[in-house]
Every structure is written in structure tokens, then in C-alpha cells.
Design a protein around this ligand. Sequence first.
Ligand SMILES: Cc1cc2nc3c(=O)[nH]c(=O)nc-3n(C[C@H](O)[C@H](O)[C@H](O)COP(=O)(O)O)c2cc1C
Length: 368
Amino acid sequence: METRKRKAEHIDISLRKDVQARQVETGFEDVHFVHKALPEIDKQELDLSTAVFGHTFSAPLIVGAITGGTQKAAKINSTIAEAVEELGLGMGVGSQRAAIEDKRLEKTFAIARKKAPTAFIIANVGGVQLVNGFGAREVKKAIEMIEADAIAIHLNSLQEAVQPEGQTNFKGILKKINELAIELDKPIIAKETGAGIAAEEAKRLESAGARGIDISGAGGTSFAAVEYYRTKNKGSSFQSALGDVFWDWGIPSAASLVEVLQTVRIPVIASGGIRSGVEIAKAFALGTSLTSLSCPVLQTAVKSVEETADMLSLLIEELRTSMFLIGADSVQKLKEAPLVITGETAEWLEMRGFAVKTYAQRGRSNSL
Ligand SMILES: Cc1cc2nc3c(=O)[nH]c(=O)nc-3n(C[C@H](O)[C@H](O)[C@H](O)COP(=O)(O)O)c2cc1C
């Protein structure tokens, strides 16, 4: 009951208040394409499809984990599912903890598979739940509930730390992920929720058996902001002050993405503040396998399937246009496109010892 109420408040606050990062930016504004005046391709003939986790997506985009558990959440999951099924994309459901504990809530998640029989659907359980009693049995239940293609284990230390009822014992999570990876036949995707993943953690997650990493970096939705409003509404100034200070905490998405991509071999999902098809294209050119966005989809999902599908279609058209302007006729070709990384993102990556110049020099020697 408590979990359901909290989740409903997260949705209401995310819809009513501005819970986007205030000062930290994703860093995608520091990543620049080199415009090609001679693209030598036809914009109408571009291939946006991509294959990852054994599934073919019509475009490299999924809707990130948001919700489940309540009537309103069921409607949101249903709407997103219909839109992604129509467009050949994928989606994640929100944390399934409440439904694992109370069977009556299963249908608020299962609706996603019902409305999206062929889409790639990702189940979701909190990493901290694995420390607090969940094991393979519970995680398998989450997967079966929605006939999931993969399971996201979300890592949300920032949120747990600033929320009054947060579970803050994260000791032994990696070992639990490792045990699960051995038991499960579906891929585990280790997923942050807006604070990013560093290279060191990515390496450990890969070694523990994660088959994908969703970096979900800073610069988009801030869970500290959501908790700020939630605690403020309840009159807890001590707790809301904590949310306020940590509002912009985290590794900006573009920096996190490059760190992880230069460190692991498993597929990486770029998320956290992705708001346009140009950013999707940039993430792809950096080497990501899929991109994901959540909060903007929540805003349309409470309206209609049509508005949700229109919004996702616009992102895909922006991606297509970016590809055309840099002469990439497939998403694979995008990965060879030259990129110039400037500003704070370049500084961050250089300080942390990651190669930046190689992106800018792609294809130069043969074409000049
Ligand atoms: C209302 C709301 C609820 C969320 N619930 C979950 C969740 O249950 N599990 C999870 O892994 N991520 C959850 N997230 C995090 C998103 O999946 C995503 O990582 C984050 O919002 C950053 O992406 P964005 O900037 O595109 O919104 C939630 C996000 C929002 C806005």
C-alpha cells in the first residue's frame, strides 16, 4: 500500500511540477556533428532499424521505466504499449515490487504485454530489493508477469538517500546481481535512474553478468527533485532541503555514456534527458545500442495513444533528418560519423582519461 501510494505521488509530481535538472546539463550540447554538404544519400531511403538483445527495433528508441501498480498507472502502461507496438519500438515498465508482493496489482503491468504483443518489453525490479529479500523467485515472477524480453535491475541510491522512507542498505548488490545472472535466462540490464553510471561500476556490472547497461545520467528528470516536492508537500522542510541540495547530483548523461562505452562490450542504453532525435543520433554516433526517454512520454501518455505515437514519431523523424545531414544511410553508419566533443564534457572525459579526439578524426585521412 505504502509503495503504491509513493509511486502514485511520483507520477502526480512529475506531471504537475518541473522536475528536470536545474543546472546540470546532459552534455549532449557539447557533442557536435560535422555537417556534410554532400550527403550523397536519399532521405527517403534511410534504414533506422537496429538489432540488439536478439530483437529488431524499427528505430533505436524505447520508452524508459515509469510506472505500474495503480489504475492510472495501468492506463499509462497501456497507452505507451499501444504506441510502441504501432511503431515497432520497446518499453520498460516501472518497478514491479508492489505487484510481486500483491498479486491483485499484476494486471496493471501485464496490460503492457497485452497491448504490445510483439514489442520488446523490459521488466523492472530495484537492486536494493535484492538486498532486502528478493531473489530469483521474485524476479522470475516479474518477468513472467509481462512475458518480458529482459529485466532491468534499477540502481537508485540517490532517490533512496533523499526519500524519507528510503532503503539505504546497498551492501552486496553486485553479488546479488551476479547470482541472478546465473539463474535467469533473460538478459539483465543494470539501470540507473538519473544519476549516471561511471566506467568503474560499468566494468563491475559487466563482470557480474549484466548483459546491458542503461546509464540514465544526469541532465533530465531528477529524482531528488521529485522527492523535494513530495516531502515539501508533507511539510518536511528537513527532508525537502536534502532533495533541493541533491537536485543536480550525478554524472551528466553524455559523459557517463562515453565512459561506459569505452569500458564495456555489452550493449549500452543512453538515457537521462534525451529530448530530441538529434540527441538520439549523437548517442548512436558515440556507440550506444539503444536510447530511451521517460518523463516526456509520461506527459503524453496521460493524454492519448495518438499524442504519444506522434511524439515518438517526431523524435524518429528528427533522427532521420540528422542521419541525412551527416550522410549516414543506416544507424550502423551513424557509428562512423565524426563528432567533435567540446566544453565541460570534453574536460570531464580528458580528466578521467578517456579518448575524445578519435571521434573527431573519424574518416578524415581517406577523405582529405
Ligand atoms: C514518474 C517516474 C517514475 C519512474 N519510475 C522508475 C522505476 O520504477 N524504475 C526505474 O528503473 N526507473 C524509473 N524512473 C526513471 C526513468 O526510467 C529514467 O531513468 C529517468 O526518468 C531519466 O529519464 P528522463 O530524463 O528521460 O525522464 C521513473 C521516472 C519517472 C519520471
